[in-house]
Ligand binder design. Sequence first.
Ligand code: FAD
Length: 377
Amino acid sequence: MHNDHSRSRHGLHANASPPLGEISEPDVVIVGAGIAGLSAAAELVANGRRVVVLEKSRGVGGRMATRRVGEAVCDHGAQFFTVRGSAFGDMVAEAHEAGSVATWCEGFSRATSIDATVTPAVDGHARWRGVSGMTDLPKRLAAQLPADRCVLRTAVKVAAISVQRGRVRISLDGGPESGGPITLHAAAAIVTSPVPQSLDLFMAGGLIPAEGVIAPEVHQQLATVHYDPSFALMLVLNRPSLVPPPGGIQFAGGPISWLADNQQKGISSVPALTVHASGTFSRQHFDDPPEKVAAALIELVRPWIDGDPATAIVDQSLHRWKFATPTTIIPAPLVAAVMSPPIVCCGDAFGGPKVEGAASSGLAAGRWVARVLAGAC
Ligand SMILES: Cc1cc2nc3c(=O)[nH]c(=O)nc-3n(C[C@H](O)[C@H](O)[C@H](O)COP(=O)(O)OP(=O)(O)OC[C@H]3O[C@@H](n4cnc5c(N)ncnc54)[C@H](O)[C@@H]3O)c2cc1C
């Protein structure tokens, strides 16, 4: 791996794990430290590969996101996960044994929309959560990556992906003070960002469009992937909410898709709600002023707030997810955008719009790249 510019100016030495240069020849660079990227990294290091994981946010987990709001702890991305397949099941079983994840319940209350009757819906199928929040599982995966074979860097944004002399070239966003872009080279890349953002990285590196390295039909397939946005409003309350046990309501239609009580969930010591707006509402109001969106959502969930919201809500925070849930799923666990050198796209748009789908897609991508690098396919 070649670092063309000073790393220290880029802040790459800030984290506890070794600086990027200590893995001098990574086999694979992974873009994104959500559950897909971390699952891919785990699979690759288990196959003896040397990996660099780059994450633009300050922490790991991606859309498995937990935030402190005042005295409360709120999950504001994924709220729970289910387990169906054996590969993800093994990962969850290990995390459960280690005390990182726990079952929340076996079904939530449901309603057709925000003003309809809420009915309990237990189906006997476990809904899982992180013990202290949804980031617990990705944090555990990150902590388990061996430092001699994997370097994980947060607050590092990939700006472009290209191919140079048969290797993948990754350009990092250096920021205004960095003195120019930093580039890394590897034998392969796994790209887990939401697909429109991955296409932007390929475009910036000249891999697309038209006469680029990525075949037009592969580009077209990736371009079919779209996402719903979602607002996540977190409300800290000065008294328990009126959300019925076990603390979550799923709405099949209307402006609200989900309402959760983080205290009943077991992650917050004080009452706090997470409200998710539907894709339709979020798209319609995406550019509205945050205070206007928050006021509209508070009015909608008023029946579950005990008393006047003006006094019952003691703290609040609004998060805007631009790429919350894929509305188009590619019916394959991964897509090799480039075969040689391998540049693979994976994540929840490939395995299914859920935590398990993303993890399974990441595991499949890691396994496939490991096999290709070993000359097995
Ligand atoms: C509001 C909401 C509610 C949800 N509810 C549920 C639920 O209840 N149950 C469930 O199973 N699923 C739920 N999901 C979906 C679930 O969160 C996702 O399917 C899963 O977390 C996706 O994981 P991923 O690794 O594919 O993507 P992500 O988690 O998005 O990870 C991709 C990572 O790439 C990073 N990245 C992007 N671009 C760059 C770049 N240029 N350079 C470096 N890093 C980059 C991002 O910062 C991110 O960390 C929900 C999602 C949202 C947003």
